[in-house]
Design a protein around this ligand. Structure first.
Ligand code: PGA
Length: 255
């Protein structure tokens, strides 16, 4: 049976983007707008925190949503340099990525931290995009599914729902490397995650959006989106160029 979930195509600009890139964001918004009548997906770009407010104003009136890339687990307080979920929501963000592997690696974020961030996001009405994924060594050791199980169990709040939470499977070794798992391996992992979600969340477990991330580009998006258990993508490098991002969007088949 076809997966009933409406896909999400999300860009992650990472530490890229100043006001000079706002016209590129506008081109993405206009391009998504152009397909609005029958568009089979939702679209989102997660910009640096400094750009959220201006990005929201740049895309206003278009179907493109704007998100942040991280938030602190606390509501406010003495955390110099951090950004709270309330700040992102106040700036107009509707989504926030939490637990990206670059945050886990660069800042030592644990599953408990990630769960706290997801809870903080939910408290502000933001959709949390919770990232999971194994390293190359973990895949070579045959532990990819166990690692992802542990991350899912530890990072997803108990009250997570398909409306408040999106899951992105991003093998660490595929991020920014041009490497991707085989279609079979992506499908096997997504089916596996779907089973775990059903076990934990019952019928709602079937409705969480499961994004694939890691070197998605126009050349491979169509075949990745052809996997029925893939409900969209989280895209780094290829989301920086409107032509590439829109070509990926165009590869999303109607469901
Ligand atoms: P990439 O990044 O598309 O540049 O591999 C994906 C991500 O980190 O979200």
């Amino acid at each position: 049976m076809a997966d009933p979930v409406r896909p999400l195509i999300a860009g992650n600009w990472k530490m890229n983007g100043t006001s000079a890139e706002l016209p590129e964001l506008k081109r993405i918004a206009d391009g998504v707008e152009g397909t609005r009548s029958d568009s089979p997906y939702d679209a989102l770009i997660c910009v640096p925190a400094t750009l959220v407010d201006r990005a929201v104003r740049t895309v206003v009136g278009s179907p493109l949503a704007v998100g942040g890339q991280d938030c602190h687990g606390e509501e406010n307080g003495a955390h110099t340099g951090d950004i709270s979920a309330a700040m992102l929501a106040d700036a107009g963000a509707t989504h926030v990525i939490v637990g990206h592997s670059e945050r886990r690696a660069d800042h030592g974020e644990t599953d408990i931290d990630v769960m706290g961030k997801a809870l903080a996001a939910h408290a502000q009405g933001l959709t949390a995009i919770v990232c999971v994924g194994e390293t190359r060594q973990e895949r070579e050791d045959g532990r990819a599914m166990d690692v992802v199980d542990t991350q899912l169990a530890g990072s997803l709040p108990e009250h997570a729902t398909p409306q408040t939470t999106v899951i992105a499977y991003e093998p660490v070794w595929a991020i920014g490397t041009g490497l991707t798992p085989s279609l079979h391996d992506i499908e096997a992992m997504h089916d596996h995650m779907r089973d775990r979600l059903r076990e934990r969340f019952g019928t709602a477990g079937a409705l969480f959006r499961l994004l694939y991330g890691g070197s998605v580009k126009p050349a491979n998006a169509g075949e990745i989106f052809g996997i029925s258990s893939v409900d969209g993508a989280l895209i780094g490098g290829a989301s920086l160029k409107s032509d590439d991002f829109l070509a990926i969007c165009a590869a999303m088949p109607a469901r």
